[in-house]
Design a protein around this ligand. Structure first.
Ligand code: FCB
Length: 490
């Protein structure tokens, strides 16, 4: 059984004091490897000012009927904004040495013409949070845009309005000036293509467009410009800064590998979702797969973005799953084709297939074009998200529900094994951050999709370690995956 939170210190001590395993049973990671956890502000914070005044597009979105599957909101979430010390302590008990957070832009820029202030109470909380992390020896990853826009900017077109680019640059500069000394890794934008897919094609996230490729591709271009401008101002303020994005990588497999149309859909999805943004960051030029250029309006969006080339100081990888794809005859042409429900392996509560081979493939093959910058320097790679969801209703309080999370343990170990193999094949991976330390608000899926190593009972906000937390703590303590002999296995 996994002990309750009050005993958690003890449980992890047991893990790290385990008898040294036989060398052949340990898959050791490189020295200095970062083991961490990741979250994002809206999903955990319950920021009082943002929520009361509905300062972000997401705080608004959750009030709209039918947008969130279980009808929950993030109004309180995990109260990380107040309880971050407790969660940082938890991460420390799990032997973590790195922590990824994001910063609440909407709360710090509530209205047009807002002047950023050094004594902004929200800024001061982040300062304290980062100082605490540094004092405890964590490497810090800071995301500037994690899906949430100041609502007033969303109302004038969000990333499709150039005003957002100016505002983002101003914000990035201010944060670099105020918090730069505590940040080890900067992530300007989280998962640009997932943002565009959900918000402009699927319509499940703000701004809620449906199949609007043109606006979506325009958004891709503007996110690139936003990144370039943020990258520049952060470097102006902190010349040594390491600045990148987190990119969501998906493995696409044709439903029927002998069907050329299914293969074409994969090629399109892979080209747009996986490579369009990355290639642009590497080369400085935005292009889309050839077929999409049939449309002259898409052609017009392809361009060279001044200053963009090589604004990838390291590679931030978010990897979760693969998708089978199949061709669907639709007009207007569906660039992404249809996602098939087919799976071949175990799935998570969200129906995401566990496919660790995809992570290996990504690290060893797919990332090859981006391995080095144009000066020949090898880029470091960090896994900035990877994790597994279980579905448990938001109002659950007591009992053992979800604590024996064997699915997450299998997911974690198999993906780390893939990562290990990729590293032995030369992938320059320097760290792994699990999504997520605690359960949190999973966007359109709501609170019931739980990604935490640590369970959160939302009615009481009590945190309880799951089995996966203990397993991960042991891996971090050994800097490797330990395969216990059968008699010692739990
Ligand atoms: C990623 C998001 C993150 C979280 C995980 C499960 O796409 O970056 O905020 O929702 O998925």
């Amino acid at each position: 059984m996994i002990p309750q939170q009050k005993n958690s210190q003890e449980s992890v001590k047991i893990a790290s004091e385990a008898a040294p395993p036989e060398p052949r049973d340990v898959f050791s990671f490189p020295e200095g490897f970062l083991w961490g956890v990741a979250n994002s502000h809206f999903q955990v914070e319950g920021h009082p000012g943002e929520i009361t005044n509905r300062l972000s597009d997401w705080a608004m979105w959750t009030t709209l009927d039918g947008k969130i599957l279980d009808r929950s909101t993030a109004d309180r979430a995990c109260e990380f904004f107040k309880r971050y010390q407790e969660d940082i302590e938890l991460a420390q008990k799990l032997n973590m040495n790195s922590f990824r957070i994001s910063i609440n832009w909407p709360a710090m820029c509530p209205e047009p013409g807002h002047e950023y202030r050094k004594d902004d109470p929200t800024l001061l909380v982040y300062k304290e949070m980062l100082i605490l992390l540094k004092e405890r020896g964590f490497k810090t990853f800071l995301t500037l845009f994690h899906f949430c826009l100041p609502n007033w900017l969303a109302e004038i077109g969000g990333w499709n309005n150039e005003r957002t680019l100016d505002e983002f640059e101003r914000f990035a500069k201010f944060i670099a000036e105020e918090l730069g000394e505590y940040v080890d890794f900067w992530l300007t934008i989280n998962e640009p293509l997932a943002y565009v897919y959900q918000g402009y094609i699927a319509g499940t996230w703000p701004p809620g467009y449906n199949m609007n490729y043109l606006k979506g591709f325009e958004c891709v271009r503007n996110l690139l410009i936003g990144h370039q401008r943020a990258h520049k101002v952060i470097h102006d303020v902190c010349p040594e800064a390491k600045v990148s994005v987190t990119h969501h990588w998906m493995k696409f497999t044709p439903r029927n590998k002998f069907n050329p149309m299914d293969r074409l859909v994969c090629h399109m999805r892979d080209g747009i979702f996986n490579h369009s943004f990355m290639r642009a960051l590497h080369t400085g030029e935005l292009t889309f797969p050839l077929i999409s250029l049939i449309d002259h309006r898409v052609r017009k969006l392809t361009c060279k973005i001044p200053g963009l080339k090589d604004t990838l100081d390291f590679i931030g990888v978010n990897y979760y799953t693969r998708q089978f794809c199949e061709f669907e005859c639709k007009w207007p042409l569906e660039f992404f084709g249809a996602k098939s429900n087919m799976v071949e392996n175990e799935t998570s509560g969200l129906g995401w297939e566990s496919y660790p081979e995809g992570l290996y493939d990504l690290l060893v093959h797919e990332l090859r074009p981006y391995r080095t910058d144009h000066k020949g320097a090898l880029r470091e790679i960090y896994i900035t998200e990877n994790g597994h969801a279980g579905i448990f209703e938001a109002d659950l309080v007591e009992g053992d529900w979800s604590l024996e999370d064997h699915g997450r343990v299998r997911y974690l170990k198999s993906h780390l094994l893939s990562l290990y193999k990729a590293i032995t094949r030369g992938a320059n991976v320097k760290g792994y951050l699990h999504w997520s330390l605690t359960d949190n608000f999973e966007w359109a899926e709501g609170l019931r999709a739980r990604f935490g190593l640590v369970r959160v009972s939302y009615p009481t906000l009590e945190r309880t370690m799951r089995k996966s937390a203990k397993v991960y703590a042991e891996i971090a303590a050994h800097n490797g995956i330990v395969n216990h002999p059968p008699e010692q296995r739990q």
